[in-house]
Design a protein around this ligand. Structure first.
Ligand code: ATP
Ligand code: MG
Length: 232
């Protein structure tokens, strides 16, 4: 098993489109690359819902370790607690269990060779972030923000946290969730030398997630991510 690039996609702000954008970028890149998604939102996993995954994963025993075989949909490999918990049962776990669950999803999934593993982060700046930044050797982080001062404020908190762990920030994505106008707040990110990766406008096929659809915004964004990675 080899993973060439591990990229976490997140923001302290909830509901800004982290999961939808992660899923959309993965759908586009999976046409030409080997792609996986780890859903690190343990309390509110969404990837299995976006991709209508209802099947349960199988496990393989290797050197006394039980490894989860990722579920494959649309040529994307998935690992999530969403496969393991019953739909209406919340994971009512304290931080240490959350943290060990994320590590287990990463280290105990039998990923087939991957070009990209995307980690769909939950909101907040708590244990999930500490675990992914400290215990998983991620290559890059992508911030998602909407065009709104609350979202930007929360993104800046995330940014401070990522920098503390010396993780590379590939850039930020602006999700124009409500108004299809681009941000007047670019200066804030520019002043911090955070690369602009692109925008995603409100799209009804993202809202009612359609796995057969990839918008032009997503294509442009994904290509910009690829070119940014290739420049590093
Ligand atoms: N560009 C978009 N066009 C239309 N709907 C969108 C878009 N981006 C996100 N949404 C919708 O906004 C809501 C929040 O998106 P999503 O769940 O992806 O955000 P999130 O940041 O992952 O949320 P959470 O913090 O709860 O994990 C969802 O209902 C989703 O369908
Ligand atoms: Mg989410």
């Amino acid at each position: 098993m080899s993973i060439k690039k591990i990229i976490a996609i997140g923001s302290a702000k909830g509901g800004v489109g982290k999961s939808s954008i992660t899923a959309s970028i993965a759908l586009h890149l999976a046409k030409n690359y080997s792609v996986g998604i780890l859903d690190a939102d343990i309390y509110g996993p969404n990837q299995h819902l976006l991709f209508d995954i209802i099947e349960k994963p199988s496990f393989t025993k290797s050197n006394e370790r039980k490894l989860l075989n990722p579920i494959i949909k649309k040529n994307i490999q998935f690992s999530s607690v969403g496969f393991l918990l019953e739909e209406e049962k919340p994971a009512m776990w304290r931080g240490p269990i959350l943290s060990s669950t994320i590590k287990q999803l990463f280290y105990s999934t039998q990923w087939n060779d991957l070009d990209f593993l995307f980690i769909d982060m939950p909101p907040g700046t708590g244990d999930a972030y500490l675990t992914v930044l400290k215990d998983i050797n991620i290559d890059d982080f992508i911030l998602v923000t909407s065009n709104n001062k609350l979202s930007i404020s929360d993104s800046l908190k995330t940014l401070t946290m990522i920098k503390k762990f010396n993780t590379n920030v590939l850039g930020y994505i602006e999700n124009n969730l409500i108004a299809n106008t681009q941000s007047k707040n670019k200066n804030i990110f520019n002043s911090k030398k955070i690369n602009y990766l692109g925008f995603v406008n409100f799209d009804s096929k993202i809202y009612n997630f359609d796995t057969n659809y990839i918008s032009d915004d997503i294509i442009a964004l994904s290509e910009k991510i690829l070119s940014t990675i290739n420049k590093i």
